[in-house]
Design a binder for this molecule. Structure first.
Ligand SMILES: NC(=O)c1ccc[n+]([C@@H]2O[C@H](COP(=O)([O-])OP(=O)(O)OC[C@H]3O[C@@H](n4cnc5c(N)ncnc54)[C@H](OP(=O)(O)O)[C@@H]3O)[C@@H](O)[C@H]2O)c1
Length: 246
């Protein structure tokens, strides 16, 4: 283990991290890296069976699985309450749940736009708001929102997805301004294409072999989470080194 990895382990030991979207490509890579640091993990996503498989791979007592649909604010509040009941505090929230609908704008239906806004924008709001309410009490915490480069740049076929992700950036930055006074950090991540199941259902011709690995994204999140207390990594942007689209 190199010196930097040892330091990350020390920083994260016994920290309570809620990972929303834990079963996804980036979320599961992050879960397995955080396990090695000794962090306490609260794993959330909708699919209970996949969550159980993931938590079974983690040492006894170090993780709980809480099936949660983040488009439902009552389920999000129940998730945070379970984290507090089990571990007594929430030190960090990692928002890494999301999905993409990619269509030409003239084929886009209102229901597609609603689905993107409900999940990628409002889901981000519900989780941030619920976790921050607990973090505020102890005047410390860290929220990591995995946005993606399509929260900064436009792309054909990505109208609804970009709308939700650009919105999530505005929402996160405004909330971050309010949260700073409670000593709560916010970090936004703008990854380019990451080779995960996200792309399984997307009807774009992409070269997945050129994408970032989910472990690279997880390393960046771990870097931000384990930054020294007085340092706030506000935005992290990592892109693949070549063009992904055919
Ligand atoms: N892959 C990329 O190229 C890339 C690049 C930049 C940013 N991102 C962003 O990174 C995030 C994660 O992407 P990924 O690549 O890891 O995708 P992924 O492998 O498809 O994982 C998506 C995760 O979101 C969860 N999820 C979906 N709907 C949910 C809901 N309503 N409530 C709770 N959890 C829900 C899924 O679990 P369940 O199905 O069990 O609910 C899963 O854990 C997304 O926000 C995505 O936009 C991805």
């Amino acid at each position: 283990m190199i010196e930097g990895d040892v330091k990350k382990c020390e920083e994260m030991r016994n920290k309570v991290v809620v990972i929303v979207g834990a079963t996804g490509g980036i979320g599961s890579a992050l879960t397995l890296k955080l396990e090695r640091t000794g962090a306490m993990l609260v794993l959330a996503a909708r699919q209970a069976d996949r969550l159980s498989q993931l938590s079974a791979a983690i040492s006894d007592g170090q993780a709980i699985a809480v099936p949660t649909d983040i488009t439902q604010p009552d389920q999000v509040e129940a998730l945070m309450q379970k984290a507090i009941a089990q571990f007594g505090q929430i030190d960090a929230l990692v928002n890494v749940a999301g999905a993409g609908i990619m269509k030409q704008f003239n084929k886009l239906e209102a229901a597609d736009l609603d689905a993107m806004l409900e999940l990628n924008l409002k889901g981000c709001f519900y989780t941030m708001q619920a976790a921050a309410n607990y973090m505020k009490d102890k005047r410390s915490g860290h929220i990591c929102n995995v946005i993606g480069i399509l929260g900064k740049h436009s792309m054909p076929m990505a109208t609804a997805y970009c709308a939700s992700k650009f919105g999530a950036v505005g929402l996160s930055k405004c909330m971050a301004e309010e949260l700073r006074r409670y000593n709560i950090k916010t970090t936004l991540f703008y990854f380019g294409g990451v080779d995960t199941p996200f792309w399984d259902g997307v009807s774009l011709k992409v070269d997945r072999s050129k994408m970032l690995r989910p472990e690279t994204a997880a390393d960046a999140i771990l870097y931000a989470l384990s930054a020294e207390p007085q340092a706030v990594p506000m935005e992290i942007n990592i892109q693949p080194d070549s063009h992904l689209f055919f």
